[in-house]
Ligand binder design. Structure first.
Ligand SMILES: [Zn+2]
Length: 378
C-alpha cells in the first residue's frame, strides 16, 4: 500500500499474533502479565519523541487517599466470581459487532462528560453486555496539524508518546484485567470469559499528518481522520485504538459543544468498526482539563493530558464500540472515577516510561470487597 504523501512516516509497529489464554481468576492482581508476541517498534529516524523529559516526581503512595468520597454503600453483595459460573462453552460465541447507526445517534444515547465533575454512582457495578473489549490493545497515535515547536509548545507529543509506551503492563492498568468479553450478559466479573490482559508494548506507532486541520474539526472530520489512520496502519482489529491528537489551537466541535476535554467512539473502515479517541490540545484548556491537578508549576502543565489519555484509553479497552461494560446510568468505567471536584484526588503513576498524572479507574472487585470502586492500582 502506498502511504498518503501528507503523512510523514516516523514509526510503524509490527503487529504480532496474539494468544488468549484461558483465565479463571478474578482479582486483577492475580493475573500474570503477558506480552503480545512479536510486537516491536521500528523507528526510521531520530525525530522520535524521547524519554529525555522523564520526570521523577513523588511516589504515588505519598499522595493521600481520595477524600470527600460520595456514599459508598453497596446495593448488594454480588460475587464477581460467582456471577460467571453459568457461562459455559455456548457463551463463548463471538460478540456481536455494533450496528451501523449514525454516530450522532450513538452520541445522544451514550454521552461522555469528560469536562465536568462526574456525578456517576459510586455504588453501582458496571455490567457486561455482549460486545467486544480490547484484551490486547494496540495503540496508534496520529498527530494531526502542526506538531513543530510552534504547534506543540508544551511537548505534548513527547508526553503522550511516553504515556502510551508505558501504560501497558502498569499497575494502574492492571485494574482492567477483571473485565473482558464473553463474560455472560449482565455479569460484573469475567471469570469464565476472555479477560483483558495487561501486556507491555501496546504502543504500536505514531505518525504526523500535517494536512489542513480545521480549528474546530467536526465529528465527520474526526471520523475521516480516524479512517485515514486505519488506512495508514491497516489495523482494523478489535484491539486497535487510534488516537487523533490535535495541535495547539485546535479542539473538535463536539468537545466545544459539550464541554468535553476528550472523547472516544468508533467509526467504520472497510466494513470493520475501529475505535478512536479525539484528543484536543489540552494545555489550551488549562486547569479546566486537568492542568496542575497533581503537580504544581511547569511540571504539572500536562497533568490533564495523561489524565484524559488514560481515561479514554481505559474506556476504549472495556467499551471500544460503545455497547458493553457500563453501569445502569450508561457510565463507562473511567467515567465513574473522573471526580474533578476533589482536591488531592488524582495521583502520579510510575510507568516504565515515566511518571504521569492519572485518575483512578472503576473496579467492580474493589467495590465489592472494600466498598470503594475507584482504585489506582490493580
Ligand atoms: Zn469517559
Amino acid at each position: 500500500m502506498r502511504f498518503p504523501k501528507h503523512i510523514t512516516v516516523l514509526s510503524i509497529g509490527l503487529v504480532g499474533l496474539l494468544t488468549v489464554p484461558a483465565l479463571t481468576l478474578t482479582h486483577p492482581s492475580a493475573r500474570g502479565r503477558t506480552t503480545a508476541g512479536g510486537a516491536e517498534k521500528t523507528v526510521s529516524d531520530g525525530v522520535r519523541p524521547t524519554a529525555s523529559g522523564q520526570d521523577n516526581r513523588s511516589d504515588p503512595a505519598a499522595h493521600g487517599a481520595p477524600t470527600g468520597r460520595p456514599d459508598r454503600s453497596r446495593h448488594d453483595a454480588l460475587d464477581p466470581k460467582a456471577a460467571d459460573k453459568g457461562a459455559g462453552p455456548e457463551a463463548r460465541r463471538t460478540p456481536t459487532l455494533p450496528s451501523r447507526r449514525p454516530l450522532a445517534e450513538r452520541f445522544g444515547e451514550n454521552e461522555e462528560a469528560e469536562g465536568a465533575a462526574s456525578s456517576a454512582s459510586m455504588a453501582s457495578y458496571i455490567k457486561y453486555s455482549p460486545g467486544w473489549t480490547q484484551t490486547s490493545p494496540k495503540i496508534y497515535v496520529l498527530f494531526w496539524g502542526d506538531w513543530t515547536a510552534t504547534g506543540d509548545p508544551y511537548s505534548v507529543a513527547n508526553y503522550l508518546t511516553r504515556f502510551y509506551q508505558g501504560v501497558g503492563g502498569s499497575g494502574w492498568n492492571n485494574i482492567q484485567t477483571q473485565y473482558g468479553y464473553n463474560c455472560g450478559s449482565g455479569a460484573i466479573g469475567c471469570a469464565n470469559g476472555v479477560r483483558i490482559q495487561n501486556n507491555t508494548n501496546q504502543f504500536k506507532g505514531y505518525a504526523y499528518d500535517n494536512s489542513y486541520l480545521p480549528a474546530r474539526p467536526t465529528i465527520a472530520q474526526m471520523e475521516a481522520e480516524a479512517q485515514k489512520a486505519a488506512n495508514y496502519w491497516g489495523d482494523r482489529s478489535v484491539n486497535a485504538q487510534y488516537v487523533i491528537a490535535l495541535s495547539k489551537g485546535h479542539r473538535d466541535q463536539k468537545s466545544i459543544d459539550r464541554g468535553w476535554c476528550a472523547w472516544h467512539n468508533y467509526t467504520w473502515s472497510s466494513g470493520s468498526p475501529i475505535s478512536f479517541t479525539s484528543m484536543p490540545y489540552l494545555p489550551d484548556m488549562g486547569t479546566t482539563c486537568g492542568a496542575n491537578k497533581v503537580n504544581a508549576g511547569a511540571a504539572g502543565l500536562l497533568d490533564g493530558v495523561s489524565i484524559l489519555a488514560g481515561h479514554e484509553y481505559a474506556e476504549s479497552e472495556t467499551d471500544p464500540f460503545m455497547n458493553t461494560w457500563m453501569d445502569p446510568d450508561l457510565n463507562e468505567n473511567s467515567d465513574k472515577c473522573l471526580q474533578w471536584q476533589y482536591s488531592g484526588y488524582f495521583r502520579n503513576a510510575a510507568f516504565t516510561s515515566g511518571t504521569f498524572a492519572v485518575q483512578p479507574n472503576w473496579s467492580n472487585y474493589h467495590l465489592q470487597t472494600t466498598g470503594n470502586g475507584c482504585q489506582f492500582w490493580g
